[in-house]
Design a protein around this ligand. Structure first.
Ligand code: CA
Length: 410
């Protein structure tokens, strides 16, 4: 017979509540040994069982690989740009002070703020301690989340915030700018002089902390993040990669121009060319500040969205080139099929895992080169269609008759 307790207490198949309480005791002992006070542990570390929803969110696999333009259009839309401009204006005095002190432009601070939490509107409704304890207990990324949990306890112990107000995302990202506890420990600062780093409710603290972080990881106040560029038709597409840096002069010699066709500045600064939606999509040249943005979040699309919003906030025009690129999202199943087809044709994608990583891009590039196609290494539905029409008879174990039959069909 089902008891009331069985019905009410959500449980994970793997998590026996006794195991969890033993595990939590171990965390308490280690926290005490690290010097965290008993009072903090008693008020904060009170979770009875891992939060099922948090573990689910951590394990979920995206159903789609979004395209660059879908990603950008969803995040940098007209209403967000207008709201950002209004907030730049509203907090002009504070932002000017922060910019003067940390040498990070206000428009970038507001861009991060807009993309992280829609300017403080969605900061996440989970208890950070409970979410981190759930993830540290779950086996997938225990070590990482256990360290974040201890740092979150230290932040409470230092009195920056109360356990009830320490809210965040399911993954433990906190406040206006979604700092992880370890980032808070290294970079959060007290901007309003009350002795606390309250990145949840104090904008001076939140802006100063973000600016301090960007400044300390290498923001250069005298450089751009990068720019939209135009590539010549005969460009060697395999040159487009974040790790292939050349001077602006060297790119100019290869035919790269500004998006409006004007020459690039005559500069010895080093940049890389990015094609976030393949050779038919837009092209960007990125400099060192782009790496700083990538350090905040290691996603090229995310970093470009920050850069784009920051530029739009100061009135720069829309990105327009490459709008006619194949904009169909790929499903995970389509990526799996693409990887299987590549492998069958003799181009090893480094595993059939549904993830578009470096090995898969290299396999695509090799395939493109073998066919005389633009070698951008970019996965698209169009490419999948082409791969699906390829005769794999010779590469696979198909009989000669079958091969002939397929070739006749295709
Ligand atoms: Ca403060």
């Amino acid at each position: 017979m089902l008891t009331l307790a069985t019905l009410l207490v959500p449980r994970l198949a793997v998590a026996n509540p006794h195991d969890f309480s033993a595990w939590l005791d171990d965390v308490r002992q280690e926290a005490l040994a690290k010097g965290i006070s008993l009072a903090t542990l008693d008020t904060a570390l009170t979770l009875q069982a891992p939060i099922e929803r948090v573990v689910e969110l951590d394990r979920r696999q995206p159903e789609f690989h979004d395209t660059f333009w879908n990603y950008i259009d969803r995040r940098v839309n007209e209403s967000r740009i207008q709201r950002g401009r209004a907030l730049l204006d509203e907090h002009q005095g504070l932002l000017a002070q922060v910019e003067a002190r940390y040498r990070v432009p206000a428009r970038f601070l507001v861009a991060f703020w807009g993309l992280e939490t829609n300017f403080g509107q969605y900061t996440g409704g989970f208890s950070v301690i409970d979410a981190l304890a759930s993830l540290a207990y779950d086996g997938r990324r225990s070590e990482f989340f256990r360290r974040e949990l201890f740092n979150a306890l230290v932040i409470l112990d230092q009195g920056h915030i109360t356990p009830e107000a320490m809210q965040g995302s399911w993954a433990g990202a906190m406040g206006q700018m979604q700092f992880m506890p370890t980032t808070f420990m290294h970079y959060a600062v007290d901007g309003d002089g009350d002795g606390k780093g309250d990145i949840w409710r104090s904008l001076p603290d939140a802006f100063s902390s973000a600016a301090n972080y960007l400044s300390r990881i290498g923001w250069r106040s005298d450089e751009l993040w990068g720019r939209e560029v135009r590539l010549p038709r005969n460009f060697d597409w395999s040159q487009a990669s974040l790790d292939n840096r050349k001077t602006v002069k060297a790119w100019t010699a290869l035919g790269v121009r500004q998006a409006d066709g004007e020459p690039l500045p005559d500069s010895d600064s080093r940049g890389a060319i990015l094609l976030p939606q393949g050779h038919n999509g837009p092209a960007f040249m990125v400099y060192r500040n782009f790496d700083v943005i990538m350090n905040w979040n290691r996603s090229i699309n995310y970093a470009l969205s920050v850069a784009y919003l920051a530029d739009r906030l100061r009135g720069e025009p829309e990105w327009r080139t490459g709008r006619d690129a194949d904009n169909r999202r790929m499903t995970r199943d389509q990526v799996l099929t693409l990887q299987k087809r590549l492998l069958a044709l003799g181009f090893d994608p480094g595993g059939i895992d549904g993830i578009l990583g470096g090995r898969t891009r290299a396999a695509i590039r090799d395939y493109q080169i073998s066919k005389g196609l633009p070698a951008d290494g970019f996965a698209s539905v169009q490419l999948l269609e082409r791969l699906s029409s390829e005769d794999i008879g010779q590469a696979s174990l198909g009989s000669p008759q079958e091969t002939q039959g397929r070739a006749a069909e295709g």
